[in-house]
Structures are given as structure tokens and as C-alpha cells.
Design a protein. Structure first.
Length: 81
């Protein structure tokens, strides 16, 4: 999945990229892993979002939660695209 295709403009790209970089530092997974999970969740949430300004926060929280579950031994299960 091309992450850039999910962004409507440069400002949105910067917001999401900032969240991804923070998650990489916080949860200790590779940037590729965090970006892949983030893109999947962002794509899923964008389909339902009515107020898109909150997407970086909501997606970031969900990705963090999922990756911390993986760290504690749970399998990572994502819906197919």
C-alpha cells in the first residue's frame, strides 16, 4: 500500500509522518512495521471518518495499542486490504 496515496495534502502527510516517527521511538518497532500497520489502520478509519482532523490521534492510539499487544505476545491480525 502506498502511504502517500492516503494523504490529501502535504500538511496531512506531515501530521501522519510525525505520529509514525513518534510511534517508532515509543514502541521500538521498525519504521517499516509501524508504517505498514499505520497505513492499514488509516485506510480503514478514513472510510468511516466524518471528522478527519482527529485521524492522526485515533490511528496513532490504535497502532500503539496493537504493537504493544504484539510485544506482549499476542499475534498481529490485520484485515486484508
Amino acid at each position: 500500500m502506498n502511504l502517500d496515496a492516503l494523504f490529501e495534502d502535504e500538511a496531512e502527510r506531515k501530521q501522519h509522518t510525525s505520529i509514525i516517527q513518534g510511534l517508532v521511538k515509543e514502541v521500538g518497532f521498525s519504521e517499516i512495521t509501524v508504517t505498514t500497520v499505520y497505513a492499514r489502520i488509516l485506510d480503514e478509519y478514513k472510510k468511516e471518518a466524518k471528522i478527519k482532523i482527529f485521524l492522526p490521534i485515533l490511528v496513532g492510539r490504535r497502532v500503539k495499542s496493537l504493537l504493544l499487544e504484539v510485544r506482549s505476545g499476542s499475534p498481529l491480525i490485520l484485515k486484508p486490504i
